[in-house]
Design a protein around this ligand. Sequence first.
Ligand code: SF4
Length: 461
Amino acid sequence: MATQLPPQPKVGMVSLGCPKALVDSERILTRLRADGYAMSPDYAGADVVLVNTCGFLDSAKEESLAAIGEAIAENGRVIVTGCMGNEAEAIRAKFPAVLAVTGAHQYEAVVEAVHEAAPPGQGPFIDLIPQKSAELPDIKLTPRHYSYLKISEGCNHSCAFCIIPQLRGKLVSRRIDAVLREAEKLVAAGTRELLVISQDTSAYGVDTRHESRDWHGRQVRAHMTDLARELGQLRTPQGAPPWVRLHYVYPYPHVDAVIPLMAEGLLTPYLDIPFQHASPKVLKAMKRPANDAKVLERLAAWRAICPEIAVRSSFVVGFPGETEDDFAYLLDWLDEAQLDRVGAFRFEPVAGAAANDLPGAVPEAVKEERYARLMARTEAIGTAKLAAKIGRTLPVIIDEVGEPDEDGDIGATGRSQADAPEIDGNVFLRNVPKSLQSGDIVEVEIEQADAHDLFGYISDI
Ligand code: SF4
């Protein structure tokens, strides 16, 4: 007689916020699966729903509260975790039915809360579910061909507009051997692009005095340069180097050391540096790290070493005390900096941030007007930079392959080395072969460009 296995409890997950929060969600789900839980793709099938919240801006908090409300209405058994976890009282006041509230990065607490809400299966059958092992890869919430690699948690700075250090604490770097082991496993399992993330990637290892660890018989420091060099040595099962992208880098002088690695092809020629402003007075009021670095000179030097380097950044307009002169300074600076990709935000006070007490609040209408001017200026620069790529052949990683159209032509969407997933542009390909798959890296001849994207065809088939 067949013996029925006891049903596995099922967990649903709603993951909001930045890639760092997504990595937390992946870790929580990987741990829960090892504990015998199954994942539910919908509310109805879940025994309990986890909502991983974002609390960075008031608008993100509103979105998180709406997600909690929806999960309660649709399922009723809800555990809240993530950045809004430190506002447990406010969450409980609004949603008394919430089962538990845990904070960002508190993996043990959230796993315990799930165990309480939906106890893991007991007995000989469920206990035979394989624990986390090489055969059972970690759960990923991104497509198989790219992965976020989180190298540290928290931040030692105190930027006036930011409450991340209050939410996530001081910098705690992961051991370099643990980071490299994770990267090696991801690449062996099909990752073709690693996205290195943290709150401040250039500060990696500062808290551990750049402690060295043994890695494949050699000592490697917990330092951004060593990390970059080692990641550049990894090889996919096909023998190719993965793309390795550095995000959230501050322009400290030691960043100069990674540019030659880009020129050598060990690192993707791309830097995501959130400059936030250019006016020395505003940067000082923002208390930004590395704000005294001579950034324009450094950018020119980087481009001399690695002409392919793409620089993405974000800026805040309308910070308290920002005058028209400060803003004009920023626009002039942008003209000189010639950044490839720019995101902008209108300053928004965040509960608990020091900037809220600063004098010189900028009226909303002025913020809007400056935002529009900044976007127009940076879009013109970005458009010209993309147009300059027409006629060139660029490596492109494929994200998605479409269905044949009425003429049997198949299109595909990919990204060049200058484009990170989710935040930058795409390369749209025409007439791709049926055999093309996501994660393939192909040479593409660029035929057209617009303000955000490139268009072309595969030139090496
Ligand atoms: S560097 Fe500044 S903006 Fe970034 S997390 Fe730290 S305090 Fe926040």
